[in-house]
Design a protein around this ligand. Structure first.
Ligand code: ZN
Ligand code: ZN
Length: 396
């Protein structure tokens, strides 16, 4: 990027500093659960309209698309932010902002994602004469349940989009650092259910029943061998049973047990193999114990994969923002994000911006009632995104 434009980007981001913090705190005080992000959507739509964007609301539910056309031919670059919060009750304490919605909390940093994307929208609107093509800011609901991206795509979110850019704030990474790289960043994430059916009866007369609890216990351990015995030690994979539910009293053999779990992988073929093997192992192990196991595939999304060329553009944008010494190669993390569905349809890059700081107590893990971000991350993310978007817009 030309030095002159570089300076103007820095100045434009600087002018957004207060607004970034104000927006993040406002969103943090008013978290909304997946599929209910109406206030957040209204805020995003109103702000983008003020900035001169053409706004479409209710895209695939509570999604918002805001477009700004330069009037000059060029690529369409989409900046994506997820908008939903989690069903967690925030623990108070010394915080700059606390949730006012009981039972809901921005415990993953999506408040920051929205604030930064609004910042990018403002910066690019201010520099409208300096780029070609079209900017699309995508405010996507229901990321935490991997259910928001697909309906937006079905509703046209990816039509004409050439590049996708997105940030995840990352508390395990020190504020001031950015981590980016080509290839998979986050794993695939699939939810599955198993229903183990037996035949209930008297707890003192097990031989007259078929016990689904004993069977479910076997399944929990048997399923772990899919990772430990069937998957290469050099191939990251996770199978977790997170919920198990069955039985009514100590002396009654249950009729059925329900299990729910999740699978993580970094390649599409591995993802499908793991899911297929869970169904097979569950079915056959249950048969051996005279039970029946039904496998139910639920919501899921593929691995989050960054394109090598776009990742390099983001890396240079990060270097321009925080300096070479503060840019890391992104680690692989076995969490999921349905930004993967956008990245399947156009080359792009998803990257991590450090949001944690021990000295400010922002050390709790994501999805924890104590989670917090160091707000110094906001201008860093905003500047990196804006720089990368400008490079892509002017590359066409
Ligand atoms: Zn999350
Ligand atoms: Zn998240």
């Amino acid at each position: 990027m030309a030095d002159d434009l570089e300076r103007r980007v820095a100045a434009a981001v600087d002018r957004q500093r207060e607004q970034l913090v104000e927006d993040r705190r406002d969103l943090h005080r008013h978290p909304e659960l997946s599929y209910h992000e109406t206030r957040t959507a209204e805020l995003c739509a109103a702000r983008c309209e003020e900035l001169g964007y053409t706004v479409r609301t209710e895209v695939g539910g509570t999604g918002v698309l805001a477009d700004l056309d330069s009037g000059r031919p060029g690529p369409t670059v989409m900046v994506r932010a997820d908008t939903d919060a989690l069903p967690i009750t925030e623990r108070g304490g010394e915080r700059v902002a606390t949730s006012q919605n009981q039972g809901a909390m921005h415990a993953c940093g999506h408040d920051g994602h929205v604030a930064m994307s609004l910042g990018v929208a403002a910066v690019l609107a201010g520099l409208r004469d300096d780029w070609h093509g079209r900017v699309r800011v995508c405010f996507q609901p229901a990321e935490e349940v991997a259910g928001g991206a697909q309906p937006m795509i079905d509703d046209g979110a990816m039509e004409g989009v050439d590049r996708v850019l997105g940030i995840h704030l990352w508390a395990p990474l020190q504020v001031g650092r950015v981590a980016v790289g080509p290839g998979p960043l986050f794993g695939s994430a699939d939810e599955f259910g198993l229903v183990v059916r037996g035949r209930g009866g008297h707890g003192g007369l097990p031989h007259t029943s078929v016990d689904p609890i004993a069977c479910a216990a076997q399944l929990v351990t048997a399923l772990q061998t899919i990772v430990s015995r069937e998957t290469s030690p050099f191939q990251p994979a996770v199978v977790t049973i997170g919920r198990i539910e069955g039985g009514t009293a100590f002396n009654i053999i249950a009729e059925e047990v329900r299990l729910r779990g999740t699978v993580r992988a970094f390649e599409q073929s591995e993802r499908e193999r793991l899911l297929r093997r869970i169904a097979e192992v569950a079915r056959d192990a249950a048969t051996a114990m005279r039970c029946e196991a039904e496998f139910i595939r639920a919501n899921g999304c593929p691995p989050v994969v960054s394109d090598a060329a776009v990742a390099e553009v983001v890396r240079r944008a990060a270097v321009a923002t925080v300096g070479e010494e503060n840019v890391d190669v992104a680690p692989r993390v076995t969490v999921g994000d349905d930004v993967a569905l956008f990245l399947e349809r156009a080359p792009g890059c998803y990257f991590l911006v450090g949001a944690g700081d021990v000295s400010r107590h922002a050390v709790a893990p994501h999805h924890h009632p104590d989670f917090d971000i160091d707000e110094r991350c906001l201008p860093i993310g905003c500047a990196t995104l804006a720089r990368a978007a400008l490079t892509e817009l002017n590359a066409g």
